[in-house]
Design a protein around this ligand. Structure first.
Ligand code: NOJ
Length: 554
């Protein structure tokens, strides 16, 4: 089937279901809640929804530990509720993409239960190894979440590999039967009408033969031997050829530690490209090293380098996936913006990425400027990775320092319930919410921002609508200016007949801005701004804290 690449004209909304909206009052977000909010999502200008996992799951990694791939968790309303949401989204002209998590399953999945008992054909569905002499682990790899990457299974009398949590055993993708299972799952959902998949850590699915030791490296030892592994392209091509090519659908790969060069191996636009879009992590590392837990001061230059790198290197070859937030990273205003200038910096950050070339994704709550939370008690954190980090890493530091590390690095910062209104529990649930509600909900909530024409929410609507009416945003070239500035991010989008200049101040105080000579601000139309005073003098202006302006010429 010819690829339509319809995602290029779209903006997507990501729903992390547990915290989106509780429709039945049990304290957990669900599909009834999503149904209630479909009009809201559409009103933002969204063309599609990516659902983080909705499948039955013990929930140790909030659904990324799946125990049944062909059903919807009853806690979310089951299959009936899902079909209603799917129909409701389609009726509103929105696509729906699901999360495909096949690097690992839950240890409660039937396959694992049978594999540990060596029941055929499941014996080799997972990566099992005997203990080395002296009961030693099969190799020195680390788990991303909990200690070592190997767990002893007394039933089978062998170790199994888990790159993530202990309860998330890695599938053995080298086994053709496992790949057939994956194809069955894909066909099941595509036949049901879903429009594509976001593929969870899909670049991890092929492990190097012999599972060799990795050298001593402080983060994720082993990753060199399973990220972009030896047979990854073979497997992804197989899924493409046997399944995706027969459906009108899109695929988006999550790819930790991926360079633009490497990304092009997967997403370069060709008849047989394996994947359509790639979730890279580089643009999320402007205030950390490799991972959110190794916090460093925010560097605008680093951020700009990575943004421009992806814009330039993919240009004309592949399509960018643009994002500022998802369920794995703390909130962006608290990181790259300013909680003090919450609305201003939220708007600036929105424009900074929404006018780049690519398909933008907006994560639930981002559009109203939800921020991080700063609990005094580490016990309040739910996330498996966060809890491990606190209990085991950086033990030499004071408990206060370790807690602060969580404030800046924990994924839970993005997982507090969406703040719908200033009613009890932020209008998220009439019951007791499963998770802490950020107490700033009285100041930051959707209902209040609906009423305020100058709110961040309305700014998102306006920016998304503009994106769609200006062909230059979809098709134009990208050019960055003032690359060395530690205060401004400035970029142009250009076609032969149209120009756009996006000026973003990342400074928390007034700073002077002078436009590049070839852009005469006085003759351009100011189509988006976050301050009322928009005077221009001598082709420049004094930019207020986190000011953004978008000029247009035609
Ligand atoms: C990436 C997902 O986004 C994250 O939430 C999850 O914990 C890991 N993969 C493991 O599935």
């Amino acid at each position: 089937m010819e690829r339509k690449r319809w995602y290029k004209d779209m903006v997507f909304y990501q729903i992390w279901p547990r915290s989106f909206k509780d429709g039945n009052g049990d304290g957990v977000g669900d599909l009834l809640g999503v149904l209630e909010k479909l009009d809201y999502i559409k009103s933002l200008g969204m063309d599609g929804i990516w659902f983080s996992p909705l499948y039955p799951s013990p929930g140790i990694d909030c659904g990324y530990d799946i125990s049944d791939y062909m059903d919807i968790d009853p806690a979310y309303g089951g299959m009936e509720a899902f079909k209603k949401v799917l129909d409701g989204a389609h009726a509103r002209g929105m696509k729906v993409i699901m999360d495909l998590v096949v690097n690992h399953t839950s240890d409660e999945h039937e396959w694992f239960q049978k594999s540990r008992q060596r029941i055929e054909p499941y014996t080799d569905y997972y990566i099992w190894r005997p203990a080395k002499p002296g009961g030693k682990l099969p190799n020195n790899w680390d788990s991303m979440f909990e200690g070592k990457a190997w767990e002893w299974d007394p039933v089978r009398g062998e170790y199994y590999l888990h790159v993530f949590a202990i309860k998330q055993p890695d599938l053995n993708m080298d086994n053709p039967l496992v790949r057939e299972e994956v194809k069955k799952i894909l066909r099941f959902w595509l036949d049901l009408g879903v429009d594509g998949f976001r593929e969870d850590v899909i670049t991890f699915i092929s492990k190097k033969e012999g599972l060799p030791n990795d050298y001593i490296f402080p983060v994720s030892r082993g990753i060199r031997h399973y990220n972009h592994g030896p047979r990854i392209h073979e497997y992804l091509s197989e899924f493409r050829r046997d399944v995706f090519d027969h459906y009108d659908c899109m695929t988006m790969a999550e790819a930790p530690l991926v360079s633009t060069k490497r990304a092009l191996e997967y997403i370069e636009e060709k008849e047989d490209s394996e994947i359509d879009l790639m979730i890279q992590f580089e643009t999320m590392c402007a205030d950390c090293l490799f991972t959110d837990y190794i916090h460093t001061p925010f560097s605008l230059r680093k951020l700009k380098r990575t943004w421009s790198n992806w814009q330039n290197k993919l240009d004309g070859k592949a399509w960018n996936m643009l994002y500022l937030e998802n369920h794995d990273h703390p909130r962006i205003i608290s990181r790259y913006g300013s909680e003090k200038f919450c609305t201003e910096s939220g708007k600036m950050l929105a424009a900074a990425y929404l006018f780049q070339k690519g398909t933008p994704f907006v994560y639930q709550g981002q559009e109203i400027g939800m921020t991080n939370w700063y609990p005094a008690d580490p016990e309040l954190y739910e996330d498996v990775q966060t809890r491990w980090q606190y209990a085991h890493n950086a033990l030499h530091k004071s408990s206060e320092k370790r807690l602060q590390r969580l404030w800046y690095g924990s994924r839970d910062s993005a997982r507090t319930p969406v703040q719908w209104s200033d009613a009890e529990n932020a209008g998220f649930s009439t019951g007791t919410p499963w998770f802490y509600v950020n107490e700033n909900y009285r100041a930051i909530n959707a209902a209040q921002q609906e009423q305020d024409p100058d709110s961040l929410l309305q700014f998102y609507r306006k920016a998304i609508a503009l994106r769609k009416t200006l062909p230059v945003v979809r098709d134009g070239g990208y050019r960055e200016f003032k690359k060395l500035s530690g205060k401004f991010y400035v970029y142009a989008r250009e076609t032969a007949g149209e120009k756009l200049l996006v000026i973003c101040s990342f400074a928390d105080r007034p700073v002077n801005f002078k436009a590049p000579k070839e852009f005469d601000l006085a003759s351009g139309a100011l189509i988006l701004a976050n301050y009322k005073d928009t005077d221009v003098q001598k082709n420049g202006f004094t930019a207020q804290p986190y000011e953004v302006r978008v000029y247009h010429w035609k």
